[in-house]
Write a protein of this length. Structure first.
Length: 137
């Protein structure tokens, strides 16, 4: 039903670009995909950031806290104003930059991560991440 809708195609490409540019070198490009009033949150860790500068600062802390990161996509689908992305993320936690994390620094983490992106006026206006933290064997 939605797969041929140009707004759905745009929403999916927006999220694809976001993930491609979500790294320390390209973070400013990733931020251009957000509205000025972006809300970025992870309810399970009780964290919420509002505005591009707060989101950027959070990302920079997060990048310093992990290494050996690997993404395994599971599913992604969209409506004209929402994108749901489901993936496994594996990484080594090397620092305190992930606010309210539940595993000790030094842990190898396997996380099921579901994002819900809200899209308004062609940009991401809300990003909510739902995380299940596990020790990676």
């Amino acid at each position: 039903m939605y797969q041929d809708d140009p707004k759905v195609k745009h929403a999916l490409s927006l999220v694809e670009m976001h993930f491609r540019e979500e790294n320390p070198q390209d973070i400013d490009n990733a931020l251009r995909l957000y509205t000025d009033d972006i809300v970025w949150e992870v309810p399970g860790r009780r964290v919420r950031y509002e505005g591009k500068q707060a989101v950027k600062e959070n990302y920079l802390r997060l990048f310093d806290a992990v290494e050996e990161i690997d993404f395994e996509p599971i599913d992604r689908f969209a409506t004209p104003d929402r994108v749901v992305d489901d993936m496994w993320v594996r990484f080594k936690l090397i620092g305190p930059g992930i606010e309210n994390h539940i595993l000790p620094i030094g842990s190898r983490v396997k996380m099921r991560l579901v994002h819900i992106f809200h899209v308004r006026d062609g940009l991401i206006c809300r990003e909510a991440g739902y995380e299940s933290w596990l020790l990676d064997d």
